[in-house]
Ligand binder design. Sequence first.
Ligand code: AMP
Ligand code: FE
Ligand code: FE
Ligand code: ZN
Length: 288
Amino acid sequence: MADEQRFPSPIDLHTHSSVSDGTQTPAELVEAAKDAGLGTVALTDHDSTGGWAEAAGAAARAGIRLIPGMELSTRYDGWKSVHMLAYLFDPDDAAITAETARIRRARLTRAEAIVQKLSVDYGLTWDDVLAHTTPGASIGRPHIADALVSNGIVDSRSAAFETLLHPAGGYYQQLYAPTPLEGVALIAGAGGVAVLAHPVTYGRKNALPESYFAQLIDAGLAGLEIDHRENTEDGKAYLRELARRYDLIVTGSSDYHGAGKPNRLGENTTSVESLERIVAAASGSRPI
Ligand code: AMP
Ligand code: FE
Ligand code: FE
Ligand code: ZN
């Protein structure tokens, strides 16, 4: 489809496939997006563009638009996990591919360390976890959660996150990640558009300091994901104010993970105008 054509709504710009911690293959995810009535969907696997080609083929067949993307892991001040959505960057850019490869290697080592500790108390093995991943996937706690569920140790992914996999659960290990400032620079340097994912999941008081937002914006941060089920209402009001003040792009999305989370495709959506701003600002790759 030609770029000049307006993107069909509804537009959902945040989803995960089995290339990271979603439960459907990229093609199945695109099919599910079509079935859910979406006109445009972005694939944003954690720290990987491994699903782009398969999703592009499926989108062309299904007749829906695809925005290639990624959710980059970053960490602020040494402890706070900050996710950064990256749209339409060059997937072959040397700096961003080197950094995401480093994060995926760290994900593997870190998951092995968590499983090692869980093996002592619960007999969980690395093979149990591998059985819930696809080769080359960005591995994370959701895969460990699936193994814990299979072994009858917890009832659901959510229960695993509330107990054994919680940072205070006794088995947690931190993940290596660049700083948010480094993340924005990598995305912008690769011709992409950076949008801060679910920035107020624990409320306004847990958001990044405004002085740091300002630094991110100076470095090229283009937008904020405001309509997301985990953003609190007081936090959303604050983000809307920030977006107005700094003329940021506002998005809304589901953060769909297939059967891995209750989030449903299209439960939050993005306006055509916002997506057009993202596409206009991008120079690394084109929408499908
Ligand atoms: P990790 O990247 O290994 O630190 O794990 C974080 C990932 O786990 C996030 O990307 C979420 O998608 C997922 N996650 C967090 N909380 C939950 C939950 N309660 N249920 C299912 N998945 C979750
Ligand atoms: Fe996830
Ligand atoms: Fe996230
Ligand atoms: Zn996500």
